[in-house]
Design a protein around this ligand. Structure first.
Ligand SMILES: [Zn+2]
Ligand SMILES: [Zn+2]
Length: 575
């Protein structure tokens, strides 16, 4: 099994050549995100010097990225070759597959063709309008089962089932056979919309010859089969039927089939539904327009009307299942929601998975919900959710059905990729035909498929509404500020003689509690005076050096007595 880390250092060092245009006959796949991590999926498939981008997703920050709102893929590689980009293909409408496209479009003047299914494009369109880049995308709607050609790329689209309607796999022809990108999928034989993953089409592709399979690894550690989406319906129905008062169900806004099951369960119990949350409304509106969600008008009320109804006749369908700080559900848990005031005996269902990394936030919200006196239903105690990703047996089925000559597991952290690679070798793919890649890896697709260098694939952090990259330095400061606090030292010196006129005044935020640690701050003041005296003796007049000396003296002292390293900001005023 080839690995992309150390053994390829040589390749990486001499990669500049490899990273230019690929050899005439061969194709390439360049992974810019989603390989070795969960989120911000983006891959470039290249043929005859042209680029087809598959997915442009984003990911959400984890706890070590304070103040960061979004994480985008590194666009540097594509930025330099924007004119070579033939088109973008989106496998489905989840944020980790479409979320960064508006940011990519902001960087180009040209109009990019974007292929996707109706629901994917409906979600994308709303996003592009928000970012005011709608005119930079030429949306090309496709239906699974269809084929399309863009420049040198012949593509076929295959239906796959996932936790959002209208997902698809993409097949791209190369001179050596096809590259099959599964997108996110599960093999659900009884999906709610009656449109299962198209096994027949996959078998046909196998017949044509799949050279390289790129397949979703999310659930490669989960044994057996992922349960059918349909299994969740009766559980929800039971909970709602038994609920004595108001019911709130939180789920992903794009999970239209889940929302459909909640609507069905509500109607069965003669309840009306109210949708709550901005993304919920956007997604539900798009799905209803396309006929993907059936919620009769007379069964839907506005959240503002909640007071007018008997709570035992209402189900609120809300966002916030991941514990997002300002989401509707978090506000309910904090008893701060404008419309939904939870009371003892109400019922709350978190009909979603716990995305790794979000657990502390979700648990905090769940605790808050319990405190309101509500009855709370969530995984793993209640089967109120079914995953949208294939488990081990389904991954085996995909591999056995497609019979690729080469295999690269995608969409997963390293350990998930490693598990998926093992599954591939178990079903008979030779270990040396399985490559574990990481973001930034360039894979050459010739007769042989092999690693052929690296391109930049760092993280781009987006802060608030800003476009800019926050950068590692700012992040490091924020981490330090949030964990260690800050100490500001204000000193006024005579501009001519360099003598201390006032201060030092020491102000701290988040470092030590003044009352209890008054001694430390008093001693710190002494240390600053000492440092200034020493500087004076050494005839130091440069303000930068004075500040540096003060900072050093305090850093050492604070560390000695507290084992902590607050950010120290000396402010020297010349008066
Ligand atoms: Zn997905
Ligand atoms: Zn995904």
């Amino acid at each position: 099994m080839q690995r992309s880390s150390e053994p390829n250092q040589g390749l990486r060092a001499s990669s500049s050549e490899a990273v230019g245009a690929p050899l005439e006959a061969s194709a390439r796949v360049v992974f810019l995100g989603g390989v070795g991590e969960v989120g911000r999926n983006m891959a470039c498939v290249e043929l005859s010097g042209r680029i087809l981008i598959v997915d442009v997703g984003l990911s959400f920050p984890h706890a070590e990225m304070p103040g960061v709102d979004l994480v985008l893929p590194d666009f540097e590689y594509v930025r330099e070759r924007m004119d070579d980009v033939e088109a973008v293909v989106l496998t489905h409408g989840h944020e980790d597959h479409i979320g960064s496209l508006p940011y990519l479009l902001r960087e180009t003047e040209r109009q990019l063709p974007v292929y996707g299914t109706p629901f994917t494009l409906a979600l994308l369109e709303r996003k592009l309008e928000e970012h005011e880049v709608r005119d930079r995308a030429e949306l090309r709607q496709v239906t699974p089962g269809e084929a399309a050609t863009a420049g040198p790329f012949s593509m076929r689209f295959l239906r796959v089932t996932h936790s959002i309607p209208d997902g698809m796999a993409v097949v791209i022809d190369t001179p050596f056979g096809s590259i099959l990108h599964t997108g996110d999928f599960k093999i659900d034989q009884t999906p709610l919309d009656g449109r299962p993953t198209d096994l027949h089409a996959l078998a046909e592709e196998a017949g044509r010859g799949v050279h390289l399979l790129l397949s979703d690894s999310t659930n490669s550690e989960e044994a057996g089969y992922t349960s059918s989406e349909r299994s969740v319906g009766p559980v929800l129905q039971d909970i709602i039927a038994r609920a004595p008062q108001l019911v709130v169900v939180a789920c992903f806004s794009s999970h239209i089939h889940r929302i459909q099951q909640v609507v069905n369960a509500a109607r069965a119990d003669e309840r009306v539904v109210a949708f709550l949350g901005r993304s919920m409304h956007q997604s539900v509106d798009a799905a209803r327009e396309l006929g993907l969600l059936h919620a009769p008008e007379q069964d839907v009320i506005l959240i503002e009307q909640l007071d007018e109804f008997d709570p035992s006749r209402v189900v609120v369908i809300s966002t916030g299942s991941q514990g997002e700080p300002l989401s509707a559900l978090s506000l309910m848990a904090a008893r701060e929601h404008k419309w939904v005031k939870l009371r003892e005996g109400d019922t709350v269902v978190l009909s979603s998975s716990l995305i790794p990394g979000n657990e502390p936030a979700i648990h905090r919200v769940i605790d808050g919900l319990y405190r309101t006196g509500a009855d709370v239903f969530h995984l793993p105690a209640y089967p109120v959710h079914a995953s949208g990703h294939a488990a081990v047996e389904e991954l085996r089925l995909m591999l056995s059905l497609v019979r690729p000559r080469w295999f690269v597991p995608i969409h997963g952290e390293r350990r998930q990729l490693a598990h998926h690679a093992k599954i591939a070798t178990e079903v008979g793919i030779p270990a040396d035909h399985v490559l574990i890649c990481e973001d930034g890896d360039v894979v050459e697709v010739g007769e042989k498929v092999q690693l052929a260098g690296r391109v930049p694939a760092g993280m781009t952090f987006v802060d608030g509404l800003g476009i800019g990259d926050v950068g590692q330095v700012v992040l490091r400061d924020r981490r330090k500020l949030s964990s260690e606090g800050v100490v500001v030292v204000v000193i006024a010196i005579d501009a001519h003689h360099g003598q201390l006129v006032a201060g030092p005044d020491i102000v701290n935020r988040g470092f030590v509690f003044d009352e209890a640690w008054g001694d430390i701050l008093e001693e710190a003041r002494e240390r600053v005076m000492l440092s200034l005296r020493e500087s004076a003796e050494a005839e130091v007049v440069d303000r930068g050096v004075l500040e540096q000396n003060v900072r050093r003296a305090l850093a050492k002292y604070f560390y000695d007595v507290t084992q902590r390293k607050p950010v120290i900001l000396p402010v020297i005023l010349e008066v």
